[in-house]
Write a protein that binds this ligand. Sequence first.
Ligand SMILES: NC(=O)C1=CN([C@@H]2O[C@H](COP(=O)(O)OP(=O)(O)OC[C@H]3O[C@@H](n4cnc5c(N)ncnc54)[C@H](O)[C@@H]3O)[C@@H](O)[C@H]2O)C=CC1
Ligand SMILES: CC(=O)C(=O)O
Ligand SMILES: [Mg+2]
Length: 625
Amino acid sequence: MFASRAARPALRCPIHSAPVSRRDLSRKVILAENKNYIPIRTNLKGSALLNTPALNKGAGFTREERAVFGLEGFLPYDVHSIEKQSWRAWNQLQKQPTTILKHAFLASLRDQNQVLFYRIMQDHLEELLGILYTPGAAEAVANYSSLFRRPIGCFISFPNQDGMRAQLESHLHDINRVADVAYHCNDTKEAIDLVVVTDSEAILGIGDQGVGGITISTSKSALYTLGAGINPNRILPVVLDVGTDNHALFADPLYMGWKRTRLRGKNYEQFVDRFITHCRELFPNAIIHFEDFGLNNAYKFLEKYKDKIPMFNDDIQGTGAVALAALLAAIKASGQKLEDQRIVIYGAGSAGMGIAAQVQDGLQLLSGLSRQEAARRFWCVDRNGLLLESQGNSLRHSQLEYARPDEEIKTWDLENPDIHQVNLMDVIRNVKPTVLIGTSTHTRAFNEEVVKEMAAHVDRPIIFPMSNPTALCEVDPADALEWTDGKAFVATGSPFNPVELNGTEYSIAQTNNALIYPALGLGAILARSKTISPSMLMAGVHALSDLSPALEDNAPGASLLPDLADVRNVSVSVAAAVVRQAVKDNNAQDPMTIKIVNGEAGHGLEDYIKSRMWDPVYRPLELVD
Ligand SMILES: NC(=O)C1=CN([C@@H]2O[C@H](COP(=O)(O)OP(=O)(O)OC[C@H]3O[C@@H](n4cnc5c(N)ncnc54)[C@H](O)[C@@H]3O)[C@@H](O)[C@H]2O)C=CC1
Ligand SMILES: CC(=O)C(=O)O
Ligand SMILES: [Mg+2]
């Protein structure tokens, strides 16, 4: 049932002191013109300056800069504004015939003129996100070695492990970073805010991609800049090359990674531990973002480090957070309660179990359920069907508490009672779920039969096919809406166009961790929090959920979450909530941020956050000897 307008909850975030206006969200670049941009000091001149992406302005160098930095013979005469440069780059990009060539064009631009790359991305975020990120990034990762031009990011390969510390350190001395960041720091140890690391075992839904996984680290890093204004020169994207079990890569003569079977066991763990130790020593202020590790390792390192250092696993925690935000929005918009939901998770891996854990936290915190009562709201289906207690030893640790008692299915109407494998349709028929989440990589698993059966028992089915890239999505939103006569709340992991049905336009929320992890990272960096705690995550969830367009009055068909293209504005609210929570929990260590949150600094937190965001504008340059 649709909730009446009066029944809709007030637009007030429990974490924020002030109400949040969704109308505050606008596509405009935040505050760029009000900032005082400190000049960048450099001794580079001529072609060396043009070949330093963090400093290069191309045709954007002013007359004075051209004279001072000896650029006149290197550039055509006319000086062009960044708007003109962005327009030219956009026209060039349009001429690239395929997504992968567009991705390669953007990578090349990033490698020539970093500010212009971020500027064109920001100017056309809606159109370009699908190229830089999912689904485009999947193709770029898979074709990394054949498309390779120049390396971006940090490559730590197992055979070179003896030099790991020096390899990381050399990135501190990278000319781009030194020019823009380290020069202005008292200590190079302050130069890195964030490390984004993958070992490439489970890239998006396309599996083991060996060294090509660097592109997921660089894409996720770019989204930190676009989404939360984190200075790109203070981010280190890393791939840990520990070999690959993707044997197609071995057969490729152009493959650029270490051609060995993936390292496992003790050697692997020590390698990753050594990496973390060096990062902590060399970049003590940096938070560490784990991305697309294989399921077992993802959980192993999360458990090992989450209470000790500021780190998080994006696939587990970022995905859990964005899914809960969308779920809370759907529930509020339809006047339901979280504790009344029966939740089926299809694909019980990192993302699926991360969502279960986050929603379980929500059930405990918001609905007052015990941990065990909350776990009873889930039915998780994996390759071998419904997770059952009798599967004991074959279940992974993260799955154990959601396994259902075998007793429960004794009374069920099963498609094939002879086999001990309860399939998705069995679960839908017997559980009558209110929520169906897909994190399985099983293309079109939510077929017409599944969706119609679900819709036959609930007024507003909540269906989140979250697998990426687009081709692996469990159901096309247009189908899900058609099969439910527009009653379903649908949200996907990759972008989909709005759906027109019976005179209503349905916007499809892109329920992707990219809507929340940039702000989570920004909040943790600004607070310099000791850890990235569950309460910080939950604060981010509430802040994001409260910005849901579906909670607007009279908004049939509205998206459950703000548009990913609005992420930078969304991030201000979400990061503020994260920071406030860190301060409240005595987890924050940055004196300035603590002062601001405690109202002792004379200006508000949101303004401070905006003032700390990096913008794609050309900063003045100052020549030093
Ligand atoms: N929307 C978002 O923000 C995010 C989406 N994802 C997507 O979720 C999907 C899974 O990613 P991860 O959890 O990291 O991978 P994973 O490998 O950890 O988990 C996938 C799970 O699905 C199961 N599975 C595979 N085929 C199945 C089938 N036919 N039926 C039932 N279960 C099946 C696997 O056994 C495994 O447990 C990927 O497509 C990924 O792109 C992941 C993270 C974030
Ligand atoms: C979005 C993301 O992190 C994934 O699909 O793996
Ligand atoms: Mg991922």
